[in-house]
Design a protein. Structure first.
Length: 400
């Protein structure tokens, strides 16, 4: 149903932008109104507009598909800001010409005015898009400090690193993961937690699985690396960040199990483990796409049943929902991802309205909840108004 709605909406938006572009260029110079000019411009525009679809139908695991996928991802970001700039310019135009009447109605059809507006729009769109592409590749470290009123023999604090939404695939490859590993190890963590969306629906999209697993195996911590599944850690067709499939049962790619073992990442799928008799780490299956038999998963209470609540309990869960239930079950620190903090402004406004804690810190009862904006990307390889981040969390414990 989403595809049925989005396909005509996307085509309509692309057509609308093309018409406005050709019309504005025509106002700048009559030569731009000729078919000799408009046909090649339309063909080039069509190539970019259909690049996500072209990539979708190209053979998997090929360099040409990887290139087209990257072009398509950037195109989505450029289109978003193009539409946003058009909306803002239309609003300004109406205010200046019709409401305040400080400009004549045909002002923006004049050659000079139209050229200035077109140049300004191109500059803003290009600047924001380039910034977003560069910023998405720059991983930042954000520090948190929380207190858990529980004693652990011989330990007064734990350095926990949270990452999520790696989305390894056509966009996120070895270079990004290498940067991530170096910055995580610099934090000297006791524990590394990966809160889901490790890959982007397609194992065949990995740039180099062996190199990726080797880089991830270099993560260094006292007690190891633990992960849970996210909603993109399943086999589904993906186009422009949106997944769709007619299969009644969604499954994880079995190759990921071997990949995670090589990467020395401990997967927790509705499991709770006691680490060195000091604290618990629990990994909850994703609620949107659990990919379990009959799509059944444990409740927070079932997941923590039998745990010694005098010891610290850390839970990794992809989506930051059911916060009250997870808190009441006895979780001390809940680590999540999924939201990307909207990834691209103004989407972060939407995520802030949807989630109780869309990014950052929230205390729910006695539980601390930290949601990361993630490391990878969904759709456009851009980040505007958000950061690719590593969360370094100092967990202070009750003195012995």
């Amino acid at each position: 149903m989403i595809a049925v709605f989005l396909a005509p909406a996307y085509l309509g938006a692309c057509t609308y932008v093309l018409i406005r572009l050709l019309r504005s260029l025509g106002y700048c110079n009559n030569k731009f109104k000729s078919l000799f000019f408009r046909i090649p411009v339309t063909l080039i525009y069509a190539f970019f507009a259909f690049s996500p679809l072209i990539a979708f139908f190209l053979p998997k695991a090929t360099q040409i598909r990887r290139v087209m996928q990257l072009i398509g991802s950037y195109w989505f970001g450029v289109m978003l800001y193009t539409l946003l700039i058009i909306a803002i310019s239309q609003l300004v135009s109406v205010l200046l010409r019709r409401v305040f009447k400080v400009l004549p109605r045909d002002f923006f059809r004049k050659k000079t005015a139209n050229f200035v507006c077109l140049l300004l729009s191109f500059t803003i769109i290009a600047s924001v898009s380039v910034y977003g592409a560069v910023n998405a590749r720059n991983i930042k470290v954000n520090n948190y400090s929380v207190s858990v009123n529980k004693q652990v023999e011989g330990i007064d604090s734990l350095n926990v690193v949270l990452i999520a939404d790696l989305h390894m695939g056509y966009s996120i490859g070895v270079d990004h993961i290498k940067q991530m590993v170096e910055k995580i190890n610099a934090q000297k963590p006791d524990l590394v937690c990966i809160a889901g969306d490790i890959y982007d629906n397609d194992f065949d999209a990995f740039e180099n699985p062996d190199a990726l697993s080797e880089e991830l195996s270099k993560l260094s911590s006292t007690y190891g690396t633990y992960a849970c599944w996210g909603n993109h850690d399943v086999n589904q067709k993906i186009l422009g960040g949106f997944t769709f499939d007619n299969e009644p049962i969604i499954e994880h790619d079995s190759r990921m199990n071997d990949f995670l073992k090589k990467a020395e990442i401990n997967l927790l799928a509705d499991e709770t483990v006691l680490i060195d008799d000091k604290f618990y780490v629990s990994g909850r299956v994703d609620g949107e796409k659990p990919a379990t038999e009959n799509n059944i998963r444990k409740t927070p209470e079932e997941l923590l049943d039998g745990t010694d609540k005098s010891k610290p309990v850390f839970m990794i869960y992809h989506e930051p929902d059911e916060l009250a239930e997870i808190s009441e079950a006895g979780t001390d620190l809940l680590l999540c991802g999924h939201t990307h903090d909207g990834q691209i402004f103004p989407a972060n406004i939407i995520t802030a309205l949807k989630w109780e804690n869309s990014c950052g810190y929230l205390k729910k009862g006695d539980m601390h909840n930290i949601v990361t904006s993630g490391l990878g990307v969904w759709g456009p390889f851009m980040r505007v108004g958000t950061d690719a981040e590593i969360c370094s969390i100092k967990v202070k414990l009750k003195p012995n």
